[in-house]
Design a protein around this ligand. Structure first.
Ligand code: CP
Length: 395
């Protein structure tokens, strides 16, 4: 199949106004001098976590001040934690609906979203509701955040209103640490800047395990025992805008610890050579065809226009080299499983034929997302102290 949109694609993505990196308008106020999110830029320990260039990325950081029910980085999880989360997910999946709804009846969960989201927001919200919790959504454009209220004050306000756990999406890498420190509540990172998206990596893992079970299929999913050999022999290629991708980072920090080989694939501009320093088990392969030949799983990424910071990409050239179309898939990886965190830009990084084709597990990913997010919420709320304890501790 020929490469699509070759003539109709915009020649380049250009970004001229720095405010548009965080969505412009009201959102740019999050990085105003008065905003505590600037702590991220002033704290070298946190700042170093914004780059792929730091080899000791996850070993030096102590999350001691965080609530133990938090999920901010996959590097905070032991393999035992990952096993427990997957087990909890399978137990909740199998539980009768009415019993599941009693599990956290009337507990309070806040969703705090500074960036748009379809999958993560909806699945966390539905997951919380299916566990019986009450949810409230605060989004940047319809709240006092628009008037300049800080992340810290917004978090403290939500805690005062009874929130026992906050799910945060934020354009600034490291924002969940700021919120965790300010509130003492369990924080579930729903994506922070170009840093991490831990629930996405866990749902990707569950999707991969469903297709490549460690031992005996369904039983392995029900009671998965995660070890450093669970994904032995599995090569996962992550393709595209690695530089700005929190999904790439979380997967690259998680999957090699289970034995997978991770290949980063993309042009220098979106995949600098130092990206392989993220950790062991991660390599760079610039040729998409060579990477596909080695792949059991291919994770396609969109180009994150909102984070390009002036980079100019020749889309025609990009599509020529890195678009996943049926001809390329059939020639080089006919049995590979295709994943995409979404949103997909059909006709750019992936064609509709592949996105809707037999190799695609994109819809399955969304399903596994709802199950994994129930488990992460259960972990957070189980670990959460009683409401009156937490409010006196952080007054
Ligand atoms: N995968 C993902 O984060 O999608 P949303 O931006 O729609 O939540």
């Amino acid at each position: 199949m020929p490469i699509q949109r070759k003539t109709s694609a915009k020649k380049a993505i250009r970004k001229t106004h720095p405010a548009s990196q965080t969505g412009g308008g009201a959102r740019s106020s999050h990085s105003s001098p008065k905003n505590p999110s600037l702590i991220l830029l002033e704290d070298p320990a946190l700042r170093s976590r914004n780059t792929f260039a730091t080899p000791q990325f996850h070993s030096a950081f102590s999350p001691g001040f965080l609530h133990p029910g938090s999920s901010i980085s996959v590097s905070h999880f032991t393999l035992q934690d990952v096993s427990r989360i997957l087990e909890e997910a399978s137990e909740l999946e199998a539980m009768p609906v009415f019993r599941r709804a009693q599990r956290f009846a009337k507990r309070r969960v806040a969703l705090l979203f500074y960036e748009s989201s379809t999958r993560t927001r909806t699945s966390f919200e539905l997951a919380a509701k299916s566990l019986g919790a009450d949810t409230v959504l605060v989004s940047a454009l319809s709240s006092s955040i628009e008037k300049g209220e800080s992340l810290k004050d917004t978090g403290i306000t939500l805690r005062s209103l009874g929130a026992e756990c906050i799910i945060l999406r934020h354009p600034n890498s490291g924002a969940p640490y700021v919120l965790g420190r300010a509130t003492g509540l369990p924080i579930l990172n729903a994506g922070d800047g170009s840093h991490e998206h831990p629930s996405q990596a866990l749902l990707d893992l569950r999707t991969i395990l469903a297709h490549f079970p460690a031992d005996n299929g369904t039983a392995a999913r029900r009671k998965p025992s995660i070890t450093d050999r669970t994904l032995d022999g599995i090569t996962v290629t992550i393709v595209g805008d690695i530089l700005h991708s929190r999904v790439a980072r979380s997967n690259a920090l998680l999957l090699p610890r289970l034995g997978a080989r991770v290949l980063f694939c993309g042009p220098e501009m979106l995949l600098p050579g130092f990206a392989a320093n993220i950790g062991p088990g991660v390599e760079i392969e610039r040729s998409f065809e060579r990477a596909l030949r080695l792949s059991n799983v291919v994770i396609m990424l969109r180009i994150q226009k909102e984070r390009l910071s002036g980079l100019q990409i020749d889309l025609e050239d990009y599509m020529e080299q890195y678009q996943l179309h049926m001809e390329r898939l059939a020639a080089y990886a006919p049995t590979a499983m295709i994943l995409h965190p979404g949103p997909m830009i059909r006709g750019l990084e992936i064609t509709s034929e592949v996105a809707d084709g037999p190799n695609s597990a994109v819809a399955e990913q969304v399903y596994h997302g709802s199950i994994i997010r129930m488990a992460l919420l259960a972990r957070a709320l189980d670990a959460s102290p009683k409401k009156n304890e937490q409010s006196s501790r952080h007054r």
